[in-house]
Write a protein that binds this ligand. Structure first.
Ligand SMILES: *[C@@H]1O[C@H](CO)[C@@H](O)[C@H](O)[C@H]1NC(C)=O
Ligand SMILES: *[C@@H]1O[C@H](CO)[C@@H](O)[C@H](O)[C@H]1NC(C)=O
Length: 519
């Protein structure tokens, strides 16, 4: 058939024109060159059964239906799909603290309590939903030590009974120099890349993991007794364990992540992929210095270790106001809505509560629940006085993710803070439970009154800056819009008020391009 289209100009709002095609009475407008950007929709070419087609999506993210019953001990929302440590804005997992260091808002990096809580909640949620990890024990001090290779005659490795721990340990003695080949254990593991160990050094010392890549280039990750976070030098990556000589350390390292973050200091993501820089095999584990070792394992995952690392970080770093001050400046709107370092976030407080409640319910260790209870204090202190409480129209209490003055009323952070209060009120009793319940009820009442202020008829607003500052609204991009929906679906499991269900459904329809009726 001869091509019958002819080219014509489409004039857009009288402002500029683009080239289109005409076929009889129909006009065809370029999808990739125009429609996609103009209407903020998404498309890609694909092939199915040998036929090419265009797949058109109004939005790019997916809604996760919550479980039918909610439990403060259980999976947190759909966080089993989160991979916090893989995010670009995670510099690395600190070997000193076992938690992520964020580069959001500052290149130097800072410990961001929200990211740390999300890291812990995602690992617990994965633990509860994924198949059990495979664990390969490399050394537990129970058998002969013949697999270990000594570098020279002066080096030693032997089994020792430890009276305090009532267990057998492996004592190793060799030079602590990184130039020393060290006492090494051939491993050759191709699947399970999470290393765990209990280790104590009497002298300076280190653990090294030798890594192979698909391109057969060898790399070395050294965990050393230094307080330097992370450092790359050629094929050597260093992580500081802190100055912890003479102390037992339980370390858990995802070697694939540690490798990737080390190389990220030099190569961006596409370069790392192109150069095939990923772990294909762990070849050898090496110890140096004088110390004791036990429970050396490689496993598919070690979610509970990561979960407790996050919970322990929160307990250790909570201050006497019950808060986790955020150490970077935050500019919500430069020069207008800014927070100076040391601000608190209701979202951080709330997500920490959700994590701490879960740590308490698993371990029965009361330090976790105490920290969660203390975290409530800031909810009663107005933003102006360094707390997180805002009021809308002098009437509705709102817990601020960013406690700016004037208030910003960020929706998703507020709802996360309510989840924390909900978890806390469910597991506490007496005065503590009353306080959590009061704060939760006030918040939920505000939410029911204010929720629809975030609805624009075809999408949602991220915050209420258009109302408090009289400026253009801040539309939620699709992933935040989806977060709003996921949160409402979760709320409708906790609270049977119709507004959450009905609104969630309408907001899901917006993701397919449906709009509220116009007059
Ligand atoms: C190794 O693990 C066992 C079992 O969990 C534990 O009893 C022992 O204390 C651990 N060793 C060290 C040195 O922590
Ligand atoms: C509402 O938000 C959506 C999604 O951000 C946007 O596409 C739409 O233009 C907005 N509508 C109005 C009336 O502001």
């Amino acid at each position: 058939m001869p091509i019958k289209y002819h080219e014509l100009d489409c004039v857009i709002n009288g402002e500029y024109s683009i080239k289109c095609r005409r076929d009889g009475n129909e006009v065809f407008i370029p999808f990739f060159g125009f429609i996609q950007k103009y209407f903020e929709i998404y498309g890609k070419l694909s092939t199915e059964d040998g036929y090419e087609r265009l797949e058109w999506e109004h939005s790019y993210s997916t809604v996760h239906r919550p479980r039918e019953k909610y439990s403060p001990a259980g999976v947190f929302m759909s966080f089993e799909y989160y991979n916090v440590e893989e995010r670009d804005r995670v510099r690395c997992i600190s070997a000193m603290e076992g938690v992520p260091l964020s580069t959001q808002w500052t290149q130097n990096g800072h410990y961001y309590p929200i990211q740390i809580s999300q890291f812990g909640l995602s690992h617990l949620s994965k633990y509860l939903t994924q198949p059990e990890a495979e664990v390969v024990t490399l050394e537990d001090g129970e058998d002969e030590l013949e697999s270990w290779i000594l570098p020279d005659k002066r080096s030693q490795i032997e089994l020792r009974k430890d009276p305090d721990l009532s267990t057998t340990l492996v004592e190793f003695t060799t030079s602590d120099s990184l130039k020393n080949p060290g006492i090494s254990l051939p491993v050759d593991e191709k699947e399970d890349f999470v290393l765990s160990a209990d280790i104590k050094f009497a002298t300076d010392g280190s653990i090294t993991v030798t890594i192979d890549t698909p391109g057969l280039q060898l790399f070395y990750i050294h965990y050393v007794l230094s307080s330097r976070l992370i450092f790359l030098d050629g094929h050597d990556i260093y992580y500081g364990l802190g100055d912890r000589r003479g102390q037992w350390m339980h370390i858990t390292r995802d070697i694939a992540i540690d490798f990737d973050k080390g190389l990220a200091l030099k190569y961006n993501k596409s370069k790392r992929t192109k150069m095939k820089l990923k772990v294909s095999r762990i070849k050898v584990v090496i110890v140096r210095g004088h110390g004791w070792l036990d429970n050396l394992t490689l496993s598919t995952t070690a979610h509970l270790d990561h979960f407790y690392n996050a919970a322990n970080w929160l307990v250790l770093h909570q201050n006497d106001r019950g808060g986790w001050p955020i150490s970077v400046q935050r500019k919500l709107i430069p020069k207008v809505l800014e927070l100076e370092p040391g601000w608190y976030s209701a979202m951080a407080q709330g997500q920490a509560m959700s994590l701490l409640v879960r740590a308490y319910l698993r371990s029965h260790n009361t330090k976790y629940i105490q920290a969660a209870v203390d975290a409530m204090k800031l909810f009663e202190i107005p933003s102006m006085q360094g707390g997180v409480l805002a009021k809308y129209a002098d009437r509705y209490d709102w817990y601020e993710e960013y406690p700016t003055t004037p208030s910003s009323f960020v929706l998703n952070g507020f709802i996360y803070s309510l989840f924390g209060l909900y978890d806390l009120k469910e597991v506490t009793s007496g005065e503590e439970s009353k306080m959590a319940e009061r704060l939760y009820n006030k918040g939920i009442e505000s939410l029911k009154h204010m929720l629809l202020m975030f609805d624009n008829g075809s999408g949602t607003f991220y915050d209420l800056r258009h109302i408090t500052l009289g400026i253009a609204p801040n539309r939620a991009r699709w992933d935040y819009h989806t977060t709003h929906i996921n949160q409402l679906l979760q709320l409708s499991v906790m609270d049977d008020s119709e507004i959450f269900k009905v609104t969630a459904q309408r907001w899901m329809d917006y993701m397919k391009g449906k709009r509220a009726k116009h007059n």
